[in-house]
Design a protein around this ligand. Structure first.
Ligand code: SF4
Ligand code: NI
Ligand code: NI
Length: 732
């Protein structure tokens, strides 16, 4: 029987490596050189989460290294069972600190990573996830869309086995974080060689080939605890508990496990993540100490995923969709390139559309799926067909207003099928079926099978009957597209008429209370939730679907201030639902009792008193802004469900709303926004500016980072352009 010796020995080796890297970095760059993982507010996240130590300069790594060394137990001289877990765990933690030191130093020179969300042509390895990725993917761990992650270390004996394991993990909706190698081979390279699409979008994330890149998995977990769990940096007990209880992760070790890998496994055990291996590896500690095994040896490859899930105690429910290809959210991000496609539809090449329409009971036959026109086996490889997808639904609780909510789900439901790709919506949709999916037997009726199964399972409470018709006969597609266009136009009319003033109910969203316990989003017809993904109609529909869920009606009664947008009934609702912390909210101003922010905002508005206006920065923008803070710093300051006058998180679409901060002067107050963001919004903002009488060229009066990133730098520009904010009523 062997023991923790290997882990402790490995920890000594990695800490030794860190010491040498740090010595060289101090020599080459000096102690004041800035050091960081890209675009994050969590510094080196494991170190920050565990110790609260902030690393910003190379010199800051020195005390961290000391800390790691202090944790290192002496290497036991004999192979004996250690009486308790402590020494191995400490060695594991020291390893993670050393990993982060080594990885951080890599970013000093030319980083060996792409720093993008998927591999580039000449680099497979992504490195640390930035905060944009963390936020986007992390929420899936919180809301259950992703039940957890597998950190795969090493390489499978063959590429085929690697692909099988990866697919199985994807089908279970798990993220797959990959690092390290076995004899020069790595799991990620094996997948890439087999043409598997890697990146955050497909949940197959190649972190790095070095063993130390394993720490990016634990860093992701530590940041989840701090950002979603509200755990304070340095509160190591709670960081670890949060992970043990909420992040269902495990390590799959493929191939020979050397000392350094043991050391990583010991680090992961601190987080409550067990290691499942395909080789014979000794226990790190005696079994029976903990509620589940920490290390499981010699698991055959076809059992390794299910065994890991079982050991970690994960319950995964997957709706079975009767299609001949793999199906699940992990396949959503896969694209089907032109050379790989069997057939495509729409995309301005053939007429196409998709439609969900509410019908009477007699007009919908539940479960009926019909294909009208030629199937995909009649077209030559690389061919095209027209396509109409009509989903007829009936339900006693269905409302016409929910049609677009259901219709938007078509995009996701279809994309979840492996080898099937969907883009756009309505009559500008574009779909492809890959050669591989076609060979596996994917045919048109499977669109129907997918939509039927998913609509019925996700909207069970509002849909009693669902029928799907797929048209490919060109004349028929054109005829039905006219019908669809009539319905779209009718909907748009209704949407336009929908305004804050004409409804008597707003809706709340408290989904984010799991990590911002006092935060309440109130979603108005003219103000989308600050994450950008919950509209008033979405919230209304989801209330009908689940009356006990996180979207509740907020009555709009007893107006207190019609200009700033304050109602007594809304105050009452927010007070009750914020655990008594927020007493009043104005919907139309940032300056006084503004809405609170959780952490999911797509953009942040900040007052710039020197310019008598506001700046807006979007999450994607990493650079400095005129308020003296980057997005990450701002986000850390305003999140968590507190009111911060002068600052507010918003959804991007709110910018174009007629009600956009109207009590503060509206769009005319915007004096700075990042260039890319401006371009992204140009079309809608130009229209809106024209309606407001600001002129179509108003956008060009808004400064951006090319003009400057301080108030002093942008003021002369605003003056030269005659920006309206400068002559408006003083904000303060
Ligand atoms: Fe809901 Fe607001 Fe969170 Fe979006 S940000 S999910 S609207 S609580
Ligand atoms: Ni998501
Ligand atoms: Ni949120």
């Amino acid at each position: 029987k062997i023991i923790a010796t290997a882990a402790i020995r490995g920890a000594h080796k990695i800490v030794g490596r860190a010491e040498e890297s740090l010595r060289q970095a101090l020599e080459t760059y000096g102690p004041d050189a800035p050091v960081a993982f890209p675009n994050t507010g969590y510094y080196l996240p494991v170190i920050y989460g565990m110790t609260g130590m902030v690393v910003e300069k190379v010199g800051d790594l020195v005390p961290v290294l000391e800390r790691a060394k202090a944790l290192l137990p002496p290497v036991p001289s004999e192979k004996v069972w250690l009486p308790y877990l402590g020494p191995a765990l400490d060695a594991g933690m020291a390893t993670l600190f050393a990993d982060e030191i080594i990885e951080a130093i890599k970013y000093l020179g030319t980083p060996p990573y792409t720093m993008t969300s998927k591999p580039t042509d000449d680099n497979l390895w992504l490195g640390a996830a930035d905060d944009v990725i963390l936020r986007k993917r992390g929420i899936e761990f919180v809301d259950g869309t992703a039940p957890g992650f597998a950190a795969v270390v090493g390489a499978a004996p063959t590429n085929e086995i690697a692909v099988k394991i990866a697919r199985e993990l994807q089908e279970k909706n798990l993220y797959v974080f990959m690092s390290a190698e076995t004899d020069g081979r790595s799991f990620a390279e094996q997948l890439a060689e087999e043409g598997v699409e890697l990146g955050w979008e497909t949940r197959l994330v190649p972190f790095g080939k070095d063993i130390t890149a394993t720490v990016f998995s634990l860093g992701f977990a530590a940041r989840a605890a701090m950002s979603f769990g509200g755990v304070k940096p340095g509160d190591f007990r709670r960081v670890l508990l949060y992970n043990k209880n909420r992040i269902f992760a495990f390590v799959i070790a493929l191939g020979y496990v050397d000392d350094e890998k043991y050391a990583q496994a010991a680090g992961a055990i601190n987080f409550g993540f067990p290691t499942i291996a395909d080789t014979d590896i000794p226990q790190i500690l005696p079994t029976g100490i903990c509620t589940y095994e920490h290390v499981v040896s010699n698991v055959p490859h076809d059992k390794i995923v299910s065994r890991a899930i079982e050991v970690r105690g994960l319950k995964i429910t997957v709706t079975k969709v009767p299609v001949p290809v793999a199906y699940g959210p992990a396949f959503e991000g896969e694209s089907v390139r032109k050379g790989d496609m069997h057939v495509e539809f729409g995309g301005q090449r053939t007429p196409a559309f998709e439609l969900v329409r509410m019908r009477d009971a007699a007009e919908v036959e539940d479960g009926k799926i019909e294909v009208i026109g030629p199937d995909v086996d009649t077209v030559p490889e690389g061919g095209r067909l027209p396509l109409g997808i009509v989903v007829d639904v009936y339900g006693r609780k269905m409302q016409e207003d929910f049609e677009p909510v259901l219709e938007r789900r078509i995009h996701y439901f279809i994309n979840y099928a492996q080898g099937v790709w969907h883009m756009g919506q309505r009559d500008i949709n574009w779909l492809r079926i890959s050669k591989a999916a076609f060979k596996q037997g994917f045919r048109l009726r499977h669109f129907g099978d997918i939509l039927y199964a998913k609509m019925k399972s996700e909207f069970a409470s509002i849909l009693d009957r669902v029928q799907v018709t797929i048209y490919t006969d060109e004349a028929k597609v054109l005829e039905m597209r006219e019908e669809a266009r009539r319905i779209y136009a009718h909907r748009d009319e209704r949407l336009k008429a929908l305004s804050d003033d004409t409804v008597d109910t707003f809706y709340s969203c408290t989904l984010c209370q799991s990590f911002a316990p006092t935060h309440v989003c109130v979603v108005l017809p003219e103000r989308v939730g600050l994450c950008g993904s919950v509209s008033w109609l979405d919230a209304k529909a989801s209330y009908e679907i689940n009356p006990h869920g996180c979207n509740q009606p907020v009555p709009k009664k007893d107006v207190i201030d019609p200009v700033k947008g304050q109602w007594q009934s809304c105050n009452d609702f927010i007070f009750q639902n914020s655990r008594g912390t927020i007493e009043r909210v104005n919907f139309y101003t940032i300056m006084e009792y503004p809405l609170t922010s959780c952490g999911c905002f797509e953009a942040i508005i900040v007052m710039l008193p020197e310019c008598n206006g506001f700046m807006i920065v979007n999450r994607e923008h990493a650079g400095m802004t005129p308020c003296g803070m980057t997005f990450s710093t701002l986000a850390g300051m305003i999140g968590g469900g507190v009111q911060t006058p002068g600052f507010m998180g918003i959804g991007k679409a709110y910018l174009a709303s007629k009600k956009f901060i109207i009590a503060d002067g509206g769009l005319a107050r915007i004096v700075w926004m990042p260039k890319d963001f401006k371009e992204q919004m140009r079309h809608v903002l130009e229209e809106r500016a024209e309606e407001l009488g600001l002129g179509r060229d108003f956008l060009d009066k808004i400064a951006d980072e090319t003009v400057g990133v301080t108030a002093e730098e942008i003021l002369p520009f605003l003056e030269e352009k005659g920006h309206p904010a400068l002559t408006m009523d003083p904000l303060l």
